[in-house]
Write a protein that binds this ligand. Structure first.
Ligand code: DQA
Length: 154
C-alpha cells in the first residue's frame, strides 16, 4: 500500500439531514444511524490499514472546506452530499481539485426516485458511484478506495 495511504485517512463526508438517519424516513434510508455507520466504516477501514475522518454538516461551505482539507490531508473521499448532490456547483468545483479517489455514496437509489434527484453534480467528478445499498454502500466504498490505492502502487 502507498505510504500516503497508510498515514493519511479516508475522509467520509456527509451532507444535510444525514444527522437524522435512523429516524428520518427509515423506509427510504434504513434504521441505521450515522453514528452506527461511522463505527462500521472505522472498523472496515482499519481492516485495510486505513484511518477515517468522519464528518457531517448541514452547511454547503463546511463540505467545501472539508473537501479542500481532504485534498491535502486525505488518501480518498467518500461523499454522501445528500441534497447538495443535486444542486451544488461549489462542491463539484471543490472535488475537481482533488487528485485522490472519490466515491459518491447514496443510501437510497436517487435514479429510482423523483426526477430532481436524477442529476448529480458529484458523479461527473467521482471515481465511482454506489447507490441504493443503504449503509452497506459506505463499507463497499471503503473497500473500493483501499483497492484503488493498492492499484495505484503497482
Ligand atoms: C441521499 C439521496 C439524496 O437525494 C437526498 O437528498 C438525501 C440522501 C441518500 O443517501 O440516499 O438527503 O443522498
Amino acid at each position: 500500500m502507498a505510504k500516503k495511504a497508510l498515514s493519511f485517512p479516508i475522509y467520509v463526508l456527509n451532507g444535510p439531514t444525514l444527522n437524522l438517519l435512523g429516524t428520518r424516513e427509515p423506509e427510504v434510508y434504513g434504521h441505521t444511524t450515522l453514528a452506527d455507520i461511522e463505527k462500521m466504516v472505522t472498523v472496515r477501514a482499519r481492516s485495510h490499514g486505513l484511518g477515517v475522518v468522519f464528518r457531517q454538516s448541514n452547511h454547503e461551505g463546511d463540505l467545501v472546506d472539508w473537501i479542500q482539507e481532504a485534498r491535502i490531508k486525505g488518501c480518498g473521499i467518500i461523499l454522501n452530499g445528500a441534497a447538495y448532490t443535486h444542486t451544488s456547483i461549489a462542491i463539484h468545483d471543490a472535488l475537481r481539485a482533488v487528485q485522490a479517489p472519490i466515491i459518491e455514496v447514496h443510501l437510497s437509489n436517487p435514479h429510482a426516485r423523483e426526477p430532481f434527484r436524477h442529476h448529480s453534480f458529484v458523479s461527473t467528478v467521482a471515481t465511482g458511484v454506489i447507490v441504493g445499498l443503504k449503509h452497506a454502500g459506505y463499507l463497499l466504498a471503503v473497500d473500493a478506495i483501499a483497492a484503488l490505492l493498492k492499484d495505484n502502487k503497482k
